[in-house]
Ligand binder design. Structure first.
Ligand code: SF4
Length: 494
């Protein structure tokens, strides 16, 4: 059996980092971990090829080779998914599809896709494979159960060219104990935090090292600290030990909830293990809007202080913010800007509230008759799939004001200064410059330092770091490159 695994293309968004990747000569941020895991679940004697359309194009030749084309995608890849399906139809290829987009929207694909393998593949894929053998494969496979991920296989990284990616990824947990109204993670993966074993994670780290990778590795968990006690007792000590034995080959990034800031020991252990960055859903400084969306873990705390506590422990905080809650008033736009500037969060992803189909928010808004269309999968492209309480144009104008307020060169470089003032990267997290980094430095000196309107800010930061805090110099160049990407994505900001 010849299986072609296809990962559709992402549009250029905040998260694609498309304009930053060219500085380091990479094609995409991460490989498609879901498809690589599916590849490991398929029979070992089947022939498998993977086409990640973010790093290479999908050729007719590849499709003609395949007996089945497996597609996995998220909502934001919808446009490309439709193209892939059309191509398959034209060449009369059988399509098998799964992943978050198809699980949420399977009704829309019932006609075009031959087999929909929904929910978690560890449960549904084996049923499909059994039925395929007896030539009784059904249209839809779904389950209400959640997979035991202690039996999940190591993703098959041999199917990709790792040199095309900026970072590799692995997953420790699935599920989240919280209940944010706008989030579909709990509907897709449940409230119970399921963990892989420490031995599995060490195996995955060994595997990533074995393929010759050094540098950034992303734990793609929705909330890495969902079970703090096992993390502290078991996994982190094992990672610290592994990193020490292997001469610290990786720098980790992950996602966590803000209560990380309350646990000094946990933060210290994460830093010791090599965690340099953590993404946190802050959403809004407005207490009423936090209560509205059930983000109680962020309520009743000084959020700026929480961010500063994590930064002081040695980790950079990236964060997500949302505007468009029912409780938002026109003052929210300036409050978001002030919060982001004050907290020194360089990578602040501000998006418009939208209601993905599986969320509590979607149910509520549908009940209130306010859903207008399906979500595009990108909450930064000025689209809304519901009728907001605030006047829509006022909301969109306010959103644009925030983007200008945090990503204009003046505001952005000022924020880097605020962050750098009190930040010192721990010794083990200091970036060792590679050949690619040096090339990126020269490219930034020309592209940003000569040809952009932010050039004066760039050189000011450049020399401030060289003479005052050289340990921050690699980070300064990285943030300058990120800023270049953000300004190009959010057009019209200089
Ligand atoms: S937004 Fe984050 S914390 Fe909230 S439910 Fe989703 S994954 Fe959990």
């Amino acid at each position: 059996m010849n299986i072609l695994l296809v990962h559709p293309k992402y549009p250029t968004t905040y998260w694609s980092y498309k304009h930053a990747l060219k500085f380091i000569s990479k094609k995409a941020t991460n490989p498609p971990l879901g498809l690589l895991t599916v590849a490991s679940l398929l029979p070992p004697d089947w022939n498998k090829k993977l086409v990640d359309m973010n790093v290479t194009s999908l050729r007719d030749k590849d499709l003609l080779w395949a007996d089945y084309v497996y597609i996995s995608a998220m909502s934001v890849q919808m446009h490309s998914v439709k193209d892939v399906i059309s191509k398959c139809k034209l060449l009369k290829k059988k399509i098998v599809a799964g992943g978050p987009l198809f699980t949420a929207e399977f009704e829309s694909f019932k006609t075009d896709v031959d087999h929909l393998i929904l929910n978690e593949a560890e449960i549904t894929l084996p049923h499909f494979l059994d039925d395929l053998q007896t030539e009784h494969a059904k249209k839809i496979y779904h389950t209400d159960e959640y997979a035991d991920i202690t039996t999940s296989p190591v993703p098959d990284f041999s199917l990709i060219d790792v040199s095309k990616y900026a970072m590799l990824n692995l997953q420790y947990t699935r599920g989240c104990p919280f209940n944010c109204e706008f989030c579909d993670i709990t509907a897709l993966l449940g409230h119970k935090v399921r963990l892989k074993t420490t031995a599995q994670i060490i195996d995955e780290l060994d595997n990533i090292k074995k393929i010759g990778w050094k540098g950034p590795v992303f734990f793609v968990d929705d909330n890495f600290i969902g079970n703090k006690s096992i993390l502290k007792k078991d996994l982190l000590p094992a990672i610290i030990n592994w990193m020490h034995k292997n001469n610290n080959p990786f720098i980790f990034t992950t996602e966590a909830s803000i209560n990380l800031a309350d646990d000094q020991t946990l933060m210290q252990m994460m830093v010791q293990a090599g965690f340099a960055k953590v993404f946190i859903g802050i959403e809004t400084p407005d207490e009423a809007s936090l209560a509205e969306c059930n983000k109680f873990q962020n309520n009743n705390r000084d959020l700026v202080q929480s961010v500063k506590a994590i930064q002081s422990a040695g980790m950079e905080v990236m964060a997500g913010f949302i505007v468009g809650f029912d409780h938002d008033t026109p003052s929210i736009f300036q409050r978001q800007i002030d919060f982001i500037q004050k907290s020194g969060i360089i990578s602040a992803m501000v998006g418009l509230l939208n209601a993905p189909r599986k969320t509590q928010l979607y149910k509520r808004l549908m009940h209130e008759g306010r859903i207008t269309n399906d979500w595009s999968g990108d909450n930064t492209n000025y689209s809304l799939n519901f009728i907001p309480v605030m006047n829509k144009q006022e909301l969109l104008n306010g959103y644009q004001k925030i983007l200008h307020g945090i990503y204009s060169s003046k505001a952005y470089y000022k924020r880097i200064g605020i962050f750098f003032k009190n930040f010192s990267p721990p010794e083990n997290l200091r970036k060792k410059l590679t050949f690619i980094d040096i090339i990126a430095l020269f490219k930034s000196m020309i592209i940003i330092g000569v040809f952009t309107k932010s050039r004066w800010y760039y050189w000011e930061l450049f020399f401030w770091c060289v003479f005052r805090k050289p340990e921050l110099f690699p980070l300064a160049i990285t943030y300058s490159i990120y800023g270049y990407h953000y300004r190009r994505v959010f057009k019209g900001i200089s």
